[in-house]
Write a protein that binds this ligand. Structure first.
Ligand SMILES: *Cc1c(COP(=O)(O)O)cnc(C)c1O
Length: 426
């Protein structure tokens, strides 16, 4: 039998770090990543035959569980027609209609092949439509890996972002202003100073890439107001939250209407898909209708559309998201009880079908500084003990957890029993 450790050694010979996306590498966790063989419902099965209750769900798409039979059947039904044509197909219109119906702020939508492309394109569209270069983002929010978005707050001056990766030109990073999440005063101060230069704000309406941090009341409202006051475009990056926090995304849950929305993950049903869309008057600036260029050889791929459409359709079952949130609450409540009993400093936060576990004695975590103040060593031990017992959590303290409708009461109980043991070992 080949082990994960052996496969990781082999992978590392020709793939940088042995992985095709960094978070998979279990960096800082003192163990090799687990190589998976197959998945079904709430479970992953590794190459050594071990079963895990999975709370990563391919980082979000598997909201009805892995290997959903309806999604697979939809893909299978199209397979023999060919994989891609590079021409329009009717199924792309079906997808566009479905998205615009489910997220009414999206009057027009363009498909991409990843979330990164969706946010990158939305930023270009915002800049091109306003004729302004500066953009505002928030510390600890992740919007994919395009240059303008790999920027952290510079020291001191509001107006000078610094590249968060070598290879991002400082001259480009200067146009990205990075502010603190859940700090409406900071946003107002920034707009008071340079509002007329700002093309857009891009925000995760629930932050899911620094663990799980919901917006405080008033934060998203402030973003909407300053954008309106200064002619800037408000972009909700709902790549993670779309169809997960609520059927209509975080914007439906919190009742704030952005100008543009970015989607990914669930919208592709597990295939490589992203989308961006919003107000018609903005979207019609995109080529070939307007002058702002955006394109993609495999965008709107018919197999990917079939998978996404089928999954989105299933989420419209009445009560789907209420039941999903209920599962999240049961899990979070159970974890809290067991951590308290074991005197482990831990707390949870959640929004709809996503949640976060924080090893801290803070009562609440609202921003990046507070998220990074949590105990990394406690996370490492908890993660390892859970993995050993067959529970697969995100291999980083800065990622959200994802629930699926395939997680049964027994699966959640199994997870809580494992957590009780994990806490007792800490
Ligand atoms: C995952 C994610 C992205 C990037 O999507 P990719 O498909 O990985 O390029 C962008 N924004 C948010 C909020 C995400 O969670």
């Amino acid at each position: 039998m080949t082990t994960s450790a052996e496969l990781f050694d082999l992978a590392s010979r020709h793939i940088p770090g042995g992985v095709n996306s960094p978070v998979r590498a279990f960096k800082g966790l003192h163990r090799p990543p687990v190589f998976m063989e197959r998945a079904q419902g709430a479970y992953l099965f590794d190459v050594e035959g071990k079963r895990y209750v999975d709370y990563v769900g391919s980082w979000g798409p598997m909201i009805t569980g892995h290997a959903d039979q309806d999604v697979l059947a939809a893909v299978r039904a199209r397979l023999d027609n060919g994989l891609s044509f590079g021409t329009p197909t009717a199924v792309e219109t079906t997808m566009a209609e479905l998205i615009c119906e489910m997220i009414p702020s999206m009057e027009m939508v363009r498909m991409t092949s990843s979330g990164t492309e969706a946010t990158m394109s939305a930023i270009r569209l915002a800049r091109g439509s306003t004729g302004r270069d500066k953009i505002v983002k928030f510390e600890g929010n992740y919007h994919g890996h395009s240059d303008s978005l790999l920027v952290k707050a510079g020291s001191g001056a509001l107006t000078h972002g610094e590249p968060s990766s070598p290879g991002v030109p400082a001259a480009l990073a200067e146009h990205t202003v990075t502010l603190s999440y859940n700090d409406p005063e900071g946003v107002e101060a920034c707009f008071a100073e340079i509002g007329e230069q700002i093309a857009c704000i891009i925000v995760e309406p629930v932050a899911g890439n620094m663990n799980c941090i919901p917006p405080q009341p008033g934060f998203l409202e402030t973003l909407r107001r300053v954008c309106d006051e200064h002619g800037s475009i408000l972009i909700f990056d709902e790549v993670m939250t779309g169809f997960r926090v609520a059927l209509g995304g975080a914007q439906a849950h919190y009742g704030i209407t952005p100008d543009l929305t970015c989607l990914g993950k669930i919208v592709g049903g597990g295939m490589p898909v992203g989308a961006f869309g919003g107000k018609r008057e903005i979207m019609q600036n995109i080529s070939p209708m307007g002058p702002i260029y955006q394109a993609g050889t495999l965008s709107g791929n018919p197999l990917a559309m079939a998978a996404g459409i089928t999954l989105l359709g299933k989420l419209r079952t009445p009560g789907f998201h209420d039941a999903l949130s209920q599962r999240v609450e049961t899990l979070c409540h159970g974890l809290q009880e067991r951590a308290d009993a074991a005197r482990v400093a831990m707390m949870t936060q959640s929004a709809g079908g996503m949640f976060g576990v924080f090893f801290t004695s803070q009562r609440r975590v609202d921003n990046f500084a507070q998220a990074t103040a949590c105990d990394p060593e406690a996370f490492r031990r908890f993660f390892g003990a859970m993995l050993d017992q067959g529970v697969y959590l995100a291999p980083s303290a800065f990622e959200a957890g994802f629930m699926s409708s395939a997680h049964s009461a027994e699966d959640i109980q199994f997870t809580l029993d494992a957590a009780e043991k994990a806490f007792s070992l800490m």
